[in-house]
Ligand binder design. Structure first.
Ligand code: UFG
Length: 327
């Protein structure tokens, strides 16, 4: 069985990727520092604790497993926090990725599937965000991810690294079998916060800004189910194994939902009202991020199956009610 090094395999998306990799016949080796991940989420392959910035530890892990590819999820990913503490994002995301890429290149591991973001596009009103769109991030998180895309391209030219770059839109939902799900500490993402507010785990949800230039004044996002997202990663890995070369793909559905629409849908699915209040805008938020491309469908054959808001909220709600990872 081929080993795949999964950085951030103890996190939300990484753990779902490990499950999908295992089902596809690979051995996912999780490399995670457990700063935002959970050891209990590592269920589908070996666990190696380590930091992206620790080159010696990375060398050890590459030598022990000789992975045929890296799936690189490990990152700090809060847009709001990145505006308060940009240094953390540049050091951990950009610096950590540079260390990882250099370690991979030195070990002769030349395939990367990289978790990038639509936040690299920035705020481009009324522009269809396809893979050719100019990347003008408006927050440090997006800027750090764009820098990693550039690194992969440079190491492609210098060391033959081949990369499939996935620019995620907003990832939501949970494993429908209930083995793993989303749990951030602190939680900042809209759907889990809505579910917390619904069942009284926290106070009312604050809507960050009601004066955006959108039909109901709240931000619009394109939500994609985590299981569909990781399915694309398996296709991306096979793309590289088949020698098809470096390529960037958006992962979104092309449908945009406002914060209020997500709240309404959550109330419908759970049958409970969402306690909420209105607050000011959050620094770094784009007005509208909706994927305008079908490249992943056309070229990878990606077919999202669970990416309706109903499925995403229902799966997240089931996970939410089942109890979370031990601390
Ligand atoms: N929101 C609220 N109240 C909250 C939390 C969020 O109104 O308490 C709003 C945000 O302002 C935003 C929307 O809900 O308009 C979604 O916010 P999230 O924090 O759930 O997600 P973001 O869009 O900020 O960021 C997420 C990921 C990033 C990724 C980005 C792409 O965290 O990694 O999606 O849009 F890059």
């Amino acid at each position: 069985m081929d080993n795949i090094l999964v950085t951030g395999g103890a996190g939300y998306i990484g753990s779902h990727a490990c499950k999908a990799l295992r089902a596809a016949g690979f051995n996912p080796v999780t490399y995670d520092n457990l700063v935002t991940g959970w050891e209990d989420a590592v269920k589908f392959g070996p666990f190696e604790r380590g930091d992206l910035l620790d080159r010696a530890r990375l060398n050890e892990v590459f030598a022990a497993y000789r992975p045929v590819a890296v799936m690189h999820f490990a990152a700090l990913s809060q847009v709001g926090e990145s505006m308060q503490a940009p240094g953390k994002y540049w050091l951990n995301n950009a610096g950590g990725s540079l260390t990882l890429i250099e370690a991979a290149a030195a070990a002769g591991c030349q395939r990367f599937v990289f978790s990038s973001t639509c936040a690299t596009y920035g705020d481009q009103d009324n522009v269809v965000l396809d893979e050719q769109s100019v990347q003008l991030p408006i927050n440090a998180y997006g800027a750090s991810k764009r820098a990693i895309e550039d690194m992969l391209s440079d190491f492609g030219a210098s060391h033959g690294i081949e990369s499939v770059i996935f620019r995620y839109f907003n990832v939501a939902g949970a494993d429908p079998e209930g083995e793993i799900g989303e749990f951030h500490q602190p939680e900042t993402h809209l759907i889990p916060l809505i579910l917390d507010a619904i069942d009284g785990k926290r106070a009312a949800l604050t809507i960050f800004g009601t004066d955006y230039d959108t039909p109901d004044g709240t931000c619009i996002r394109d939500y994609v189910h985590v299981c569909d997202l990781v399915d694309a990663h398996i296709l991306g890995l096979n793309w590289l194994v088949d020698g098809k070369g470096s390529r960037a793909f958006n992962l979104g559905t092309g449908a945009g939902f406002s914060v209020r629409e997500v709240m309404e849908r959550a109330a419908m699915v759970t049958g409970k009202p969402v306690p909420c209040s209105e607050g000011p805008r959050r620094a770094g938020d784009c007005t509208k991020l909706v994927s305008g491309s079908k490249r992943a469908e056309d070229e990878l054959g990606w077919r999202p199956k669970r990416s309706t808001l109903e499925h995403m909220v229902a799966d997240a709600w089931r996970w939410h009610q089942s109890g979370h990872y031990a601390k």
